[in-house]
Design a protein around this ligand. Structure first.
Ligand SMILES: *Cc1c(COP(=O)(O)O)cnc(C)c1O
Length: 311
């Protein structure tokens, strides 16, 4: 394992190992910071990218360019629509073609999913989120599977060369935060499931995106791959469109309107407004990071805001 100074630093170190001309396959619904990096910087470095709208093992198999594709990037559940990818199935087709598989497991955390046990070669986390859990530091982590030590060595050398080293104070704070990781993740997951069930029944809500709901298209994969909960992140789309979404985000009182996630406190965000103009994120979508507060207070807060948009 290595500890870069941010999640983005962990991600770019994985890509910096590649050589100009190498090809990478990613989901179209991927963390926007990575999509922007790939389009603006990765391409200049000579990498080529296939962003797949329907990202699953058969789509990955069809997109592999023999001898050119070196890395399959998976984010599960993926931000901000929480699509779940079957790590085992993707690893099988990737390994058959000699590609490495990297998983961004920031949202699932090591508590709910252990991607290496499902066949991943590299796992990255933004520790700025759940691992720290208190919204007061930026750090990252990259972990490689047994037998892939040469990859770890290359990444450590890159971090040394580029100066991507976490500060000692941040490392100390992170160790403090990680002591309660299991408790926080389980409580957030239980709260998020209750919140998702409440939202699904509210007349202002068009659709709830949460892997823990049986209506989620990859619920069965999530049941196999996530143990002990489905995470604290969910999104919902409003019948009243973008205006209703923005109005709700402005009217919550207990929940706070803020970027980032994975902290003890519940935050809401109009995600499309935060991403670049070419973002595929629906404009009627609100993203919720459900924290560890009393769930009845959180639901009551969101209920008064939702009721205000249906008059
Ligand atoms: C936040 C985030 C990142 C980037 O992490 P930073 O620590 O903010 O650089 C990467 N992947 C996912 C899924 C994230 O949510």
């Amino acid at each position: 394992m290595t500890t870069p100074p941010s999640g983005m630093s962990a991600i770019t170190t994985v890509f910096q190992r590649l050589a100009p001309g190498d090809h990478v396959i990613l989901p179209a619904a991927v963390y926007s910071g990575l999509r922007d990096w790939a389009n603006q910087h990765g391409r200049l470095w000579g990498l080529t990218f296939s962003f797949l709208p329907d990202f699953d093992a058969s789509a990955v198999a069809a997109a592999i360019l023999p001898g050119k594709t070196k890395l399959i990037w998976v984010e599960t559940p993926s931000n901000p629509t929480w699509i779940v990818s079957d790590i085992e199935a993707i690893a099988e087709v990737a390994h058959a073609a000699g590609c490495l598989v990297a998983i961004d497991s920031t949202v699932s955390t090591p508590i709910l999913t252990q991607p290496i046990a499902h066949g991943a070669d590299i796992v990255i986390h933004s520790c700025s989120k759940y691992l720290n859990g208190h919204g007061d530091l930026i750090a990252g982590a990259a972990i490689v599977a047994p037998g892939k030590e040469h990859v770890l060595k290359e990444m450590a050398a890159l971090r040394n060369a580029y100066g991507g080293v976490v500060g000692s104070f941040e490392a100390w704070l992170l160790l403090r935060g990680m002591r309660t990781l299991a408790l926080r993740v389980k409580t957030s997951s239980a709260n998020a499931l209750k919140m998702a069930q409440f939202l699904q029944a509210h007349p202002a809500v068009e659709k709830v995106l949460y892997p823990g709901l049986p209506s989620h298209p990859q619920h069965q994969i999530a049941c196999r791959q996530m143990n002990g909960g489905f995470g604290g992140m969910l999104s919902f789309r409003l019948k009243g469109g973008e205006n209703a979404a923005k109005s709700i985000a402005a009217q919550v009182r207990v929940i706070r309107q803020a970027i980032s996630f994975g902290s003890t406190e519940t935050v809401i965000e109009h995600r499309a407004g935060m991403e670049s103009a070419d973002s595929p994120t629906p404009r009627d979508l609100l993203r919720l990071s459900v924290g560890i507060e009393n769930i009845d207070e959180l639901i009551a807060d969101l209920e008064q805001a939702l009721n205000s948009v249906i008059g």
